[in-house]
Design a protein around this ligand. Structure first.
Ligand code: NQM
Length: 358
């Protein structure tokens, strides 16, 4: 039930790391249904707008300013509905225009913790509807003795140490990989591949922008010329991808691709879109991997496509092992699926107290 006086009584909330992101997880019944009331509450919970998010839970970066709202699924064939909200750090904006494959890793364990799905022993399988995109994912994770296990041997780049593995599989849908129907579009004089294998992304060739591919996120963020050029392409790509006016949206994500340097498939630097990702998102990696697999796409000339096994997508802090399958149907349309390995961890469970007003 939504608290009548959340400022004094607090709201039940679990803080979790999901993959390489961190966010506040709520049961749908504990937050307002009305989008404007919900937005106001989440801004006050996370401490936005403020570059430091000093008065809230947010970690002053888009990767740590995220929210998941969870409920039993309205679809009888599925278990859980997962709505993702990106709380913008320095603007009074909460966006539902994208999903997040990293917070997705925490959804199954959270659903078990809150008693929304029964735990199996030794593993639990949860079928999840990604409300933002309509996609469906299946998560499988260890629940020995009926409780999620957060300890284990799985390491993912961008997270220190090891934790219990969570397998995520995106169901094959009917969505085309190429929203414009073209393997390459031309935008502002650049070749661009516009692809969506779970996350809308735009693939660009790094050297056309004076980027070699081994820059740190901070180096790229400190180049206003580069940010402007990438943003100009993003606005046009958003329209072409059917996303409408994306100036205040967090999609599409922009990727500068370079030849692999560390034995992987391709080098990436991802603009998400104002900041540069310190690694790469789950569904972003699936979309990049699917993109460079299509002959003629940007990056396909220098990508090293594995004959089997995961596509190691290189990023600023290591590489991401995306397993993708792409296929061109008899109708000539490219479609794709993906599976990924992630980890997640419960950090705290309790009540969060929103600040009284924005
Ligand atoms: O692509 C970041 C992340 C993401 C999204 C963002 C994600 C994904 O790394 O699946 O997880 O959208 O800015 O968590």
């Amino acid at each position: 039930m939504v608290a009548a006086d959340p400022v004094h009584d607090g709201i039940p909330c679990m803080l979790m790391r999901g993959g390489t992101s961190k966010g506040a997880y709520f049961l749908a019944g504990d937050v307002p249904v009305d989008p404007l009331e919900r937005e106001d509450l989440l801004l006050r919970v996370m401490g936005s707008p403020d570059p430091k998010q000093i008065d809230g839970l947010g970690g002053a970066h888009p990767l740590t300013s995220k929210v998941a709202i969870i409920s039993r699924s309205v679809d009888p064939d599925l278990d859980i509905d997962y709505l993702f909200l990106q709380v913008v750090v320095d603007q009074p904006t909460v966006s539902t225009t994208q999903t997040c494959g990293n917070l997705l890793a925490g959804v199954g364990p959270f659903a078990v913790e809150r008693g929304l799905v029964p735990a199996g022993d030794p593993t639990t399988k949860v079928r999840i509807r990604l409300v933002n995109t309509g996609d469906v994912a299946t998560a499988v994770f260890a629940t020995p003795g009926g409780r999620p296990d957060y300890d284990g041997d799985a390491a993912i780049d961008g997270v220190p140490g090891t934790a219990c593995p969570i397998d995520l599989e995106m169901a094959a849908g009917d969505k085309p990989l190429l929203p414009t129907g073209n393997v390459v579009d031309e935008i502002a004089g650049h070749r661009a591949t516009l692809v969506d294998n779970g996350m809308p992304v735009v693939l660009l060739q790094a050297d056309e922008f004076g980027v070699s591919g081994d820059e740190t996120p901070e180096e790229l963020e400190s180049r206003p010329d580069l940010r402007r050029a990438v943003e100009e392409i993003r606005l046009e790509a958003g329209r072409l991808m059917g996303l409408g006016e994306v100036a205040r949206q967090t999609v599409p994500k922009m990727f500068l691709l370079s030849p692999p340097r560390h034995g992987g498939v391709v080098g990436t630097r991802g603009f998400i879109p104002a900041r540069v990702h310190s690694s790469i998102g789950v569904l972003m990696a699936a979309s990049v991997a699917a993109g460079v697999s299509m002959p003629g796409a940007v990056g396909s000339e220098f990508a090293r496509i594995p004959e089997e096994g995961p596509f190691h997508i290189e990023h600023p802090t290591g590489s991401f092992p995306a397993r993708v399958h792409v296929d061109r149907g008899d109708d000539g349309v490219w479609r794709g699926t993906s599976t990924s390995l992630r980890t997640a961890r419960k950090i705290f469970d309790g009540r969060v107290f929103p600040r009284p007003r924005l």
